[in-house]
Design a protein around this ligand. Sequence first.
Ligand code: CMP
Length: 138
Amino acid sequence: SGKITFTMIKPDAVADGHIGAILGKISEAGFKIKALKLTQLTVADAKKFYEVHAERPFYGELVDFMSSGPIVAAVLEKDNAVEDFRTVIGATNPAEAAEGTIRKLFARSIGENAVHGSDSDENALIEAQFHFSGREIF
Ligand code: CMP
């Protein structure tokens, strides 16, 4: 067992055919899948999920992008899950992401950056509950 983090494979990576490769990297890195689904955010969902970024200049673009197509949402478990997952995905900007990270391998750009990872244990739980009911988390 261990702590949890929440992730989304974003619309760019789903459209580019990277679901399997990204889930493989996640599994190889030692994360256990506690919840998993293909879904699509409405504009209202995306606005709410990214509320913390509402004042940022890229908020509109972010909401439009995240609601533009299917995503994969997942809850992952591992010791030190939040921090270790952020290491596996790499920097927000793929141009600055370390070699071998998910964003370096699969992201298109800073906005279309392939994956989301929670930034704290508290947000991981909030984000997991935003996307999944109790019956969908194992
Ligand atoms: P993430 O860190 O998962 O959550 C916030 C998202 O905002 C981030 O990924 C990017 O997808 C997006 N983002 C951050 N900075 C920019 C930017 N300068 N331009 C466009 N999108 C951005």
